[in-house]
Design a protein around this ligand. Structure first.
Ligand code: ZN
Length: 320
């Protein structure tokens, strides 16, 4: 805790120093008619680009394969914050090491700093198992209907920052929202095709609770909601029990998480003469490579649903 506070303090102090002493590092906001947006995660970057189009230039801090639970700010982030007209993060405990820093810098520069997922009604948030009383699970983008709240919040933030172009942001949002709605319906239909007893999603880290609730599939993950702690031997044993008892045919690894936990589960099941397949790669906290299907928010959901449905014996519905 002490080291984190020191780090945040040092980072903010450095930021003030830079603003105060370096005339060459002037914030560049509003000089080119383009909104410079800093987004923590790719899911926010992608939605912002869909709604903002050519009117925004989005810098993402935690790119492909970067784990947001563990991320601490690096020096180049400072420059991004100095040039930002808008700072967008997900919130709900996701960017655990970053939230204080962003809010302090945003406040000191008078730049809107918005936790886009925190507009989701509290009643729709799930508990953060092991996260302490009153804390909620941050992995809300797993439910496309919930991530629509974030999209709405991004639209509202862009409109407030650049009201002259409100009409464009609103029209782009409306078009994107209908894609979100269509994908949501497709995901429900596709997951429903998995035979009842096999509708069980086993992964390493617990990033799919919202996904499971929205798309009606039971979720089991030994590692917990944050990746800060690794799964213990006992956690793996519990997972193996779950796999064997429920006759789970396939389990999944996540792109940004070491595969060890999943391999340990497969070996554990095999030792009990239950053969479980490696079902494929899911994108949990970070999207895929830019320029690929999984490198977009819609594509990441499409990919995950397809991999899960195919590995668990369902039939993927016709894409909208
Ligand atoms: Zn996570």
């Amino acid at each position: 805790m002490i080291s984190r506070k020191l780090l945040v303090g040092a980072f903010v102090a450095l930021s003030f120093l830079l603003v105060a002493c370096t005339s060459s590092v002037e914030p560049t906001n509003n000089d080119d008619g383009i909104l410079d947006v800093v987004a923590t995660i790719g899911q926010i970057q992608d939605v912002t680009e869909n709604i903002g189009g050519d009117l925004v230039d989005v810098t993402v801090l935690m790119g492909q394969g970067v784990d947001p639970h563990l991320y601490v700010p690096i020096e180049s982030d400072l420059e991004a914050f100095q040039n930002a007209d808008v700072i967008l993060y997900s919130g709900i405990n996701l960017e655990a090491q970053m939230i204080d820093v962003m809010n302090q810098i945003g406040e000191s520069r008078g730049v809107p700093t918005v936790a886009v997922a925190e507009t989701i009604p509290q009643a729709q948030l799930l508990d953060y198992a092991g996260g302490g009383p009153g804390t909620s699970d941050p992995h809300v983008w797993g439910d496309v209907a919930l991530w629509s709240f974030a999209a709405e919040s991004i639209r509202d933030t862009l409109v407030a920052a650049d009201p002259d172009n409100a009409e464009i942001y609103n029209a782009n949002y409306d078009a994107y929202k209908s894609d979100l709605d269509a994908l949501h319906g497709w995901a429900i239909e596709s997951i429903a095709s998995i035979p009842d007893g096999q509708r069980k999603l086993v992964t390493a880290h617990d990033a799919f609770q919202y996904f499971g609730k929205a798309y009606n599939i039971e979720v089991f993950a030994p590692q917990g909601i944050s990746t800060a702690a690794e799964a213990s031997v006992a956690d793996i044993q519990t997972a193996v029990d779950y796999i064997v008892t429920n006759d789970v045919p396939a389990i999944f690894f996540e792109s940004a998480i070491p595969i060890d936990t999943v391999e340990a589960m497969i070996e554990g099941a095999s030792a009990r003469e239950h053969s479980v397949e490696l079902g494929g790669e899911l994108f949990a906290d970070t999207m895929g490579e830019p320029g690929t299907l999984e490198g977009t928010y819609l594509g990441m959901i499409e990919h995950n649903v397809t991999v899960i449905v195919e590995a668990l014996g369902g039939t993927v519905a016709q894409l909208p």
